[in-house]
Design a protein around this ligand. Structure first.
Ligand SMILES: O=C(O)C1=N[C@H](C(=O)O)C[C@H](O)C1
Length: 319
């Protein structure tokens, strides 16, 4: 059966992404939480959190990604978050926007619709639920790269989307100039290592599995996009710098030994509820609430976090 597609596959994208754009995707990126209060976007907490982050050793931000509860935001809220982030952060950090959807046509239309938003690029997740073929994934991201008119980081997270973007497919997509890297959550160290060995120069591989951050850096990843790095950001940055600068793996491993329980705690229940509770107890956001179908941390986990905060960065807000 001949497949006809209503969406033409674009010629190779002529737009060239600058070397600085490619090189900026490294180090510690925060997938920023989205604060809510009484069910609505909490702009006061968002501004406070952005001012806090701007003073931390962070190399980039992603808004409205998984940790930002992107699937539970409407477009008006996402636009507001982008505007506030651009106001508070300015040119200090690149700000990428999380985009997801399973209908290539609709996601492409959204990218055209938001082309004027003040974001530097997009983190685009694999299409969830429909489980396309590798050829379908290739055509999906080829069309979106053309529609994006900005740098694109592909977000491969099979345990959330139900599909794995194979390295062969990704390396075909890496030939498109505006596809500049991947947030790698494939949960297969062998696949991640194979990708790092085969990737073209300048193509960024960013770890998206917090508990695997140190291993990913040891394998040659360029950094991480990590919810856990909202907490103890300096330690995550130290680990990255130790790997990047002088290969001081002993320093990196010492810090990782201290830090490695944190991702397990912050993912003990569906993210971002734990990390939001932590930020709430630090007084950085005014409510730990999340949007359904997510739910706040259980009292048992809240107690564990209360104990852990005392061990780390200290509690600002009384319980
Ligand atoms: O915000 C994201 O996107 C992240 N994705 C991963 C997940 O939520 O499974 C983990 C990462 O820390 C943040």
């Amino acid at each position: 059966m001949t497949q006809t597609s209503t969406i033409a596959i674009p010629p190779s994208t002529e737009r060239v992404v600058s070397d600085s754009t490619r090189s900026e995707v490294r180090g510690i990126w925060l997938p920023l939480v989205t604060p809510f209060k009484d069910g609505a976007l909490d702009e006061v907490s968002l501004k406070r959190l952005l001012r806090h982050v701007s003073g931390r050793p962070v190399d980039g931000l992603v808004i409205a990604a998984t940790t930002g509860e992107g699937p539970m935001l409407d477009e008006r809220e996402m636009e507001r978050i982008a505007a506030i982030a651009a106001d508070e952060i300015g040119d200090l950090l690149p700000i990428y926007l999380g985009v997801s959807g399973s209908d290539t046509r609709k996601v492409a239309q959204q990218l055209h619709r938001i082309a004027h938003w003040p974001v530097a690029g997009y983190l685009i997740a694999c299409p969830h639920y429909v489980r396309p073929s590798q050829e379908g994934l290739y055509r999906h991201f080829s069309v979106l790269a053309e529609a994006a008119e900005r740098p694109v980081l592909i977000y491969n997270i099979p345990y959330r989307t139900g599909v794995n973007l194979a390295n062969d497919t990704l390396l075909r997509l890496a030939e498109i100039p505006t596809i500049i890297g991947i947030k790698d959550c494939c949960a297969d160290p062998a696949q991640s290592l194979d990708l790092i060995r085969r990737k073209p120069p300048g193509f960024a591989v960013m770890c998206g599995e917090d508990a695997q951050f140190h291993v990913a850096l040891a394998q040659g990843a360029d950094g991480g996009i990590l919810a856990s790095a909202h907490v103890e950001t300096e330690r995550f940055a130290t680990i990255h710098a130790a790997h990047r600068d002088d290969g001081d793996t002993r320093t990196a491993l010492k810090h990782w030994h201290d830090l490695s329980d944190l991702p397990r705690l912050l993912f003990a229940e569906p993210s971002p509820a734990p990390v939001k509770y932590w930020l709430y107890r630090q007084g950085l956001i005014d409510s730990p609430e999340v949007r359904l179908p997510l739910t706040q941390v259980t009292p048992a986990l809240a107690e564990r976090i209360d104990r852990e905060i005392g061990r780390w960065s200290g509690t600002v807000r009384a319980a």
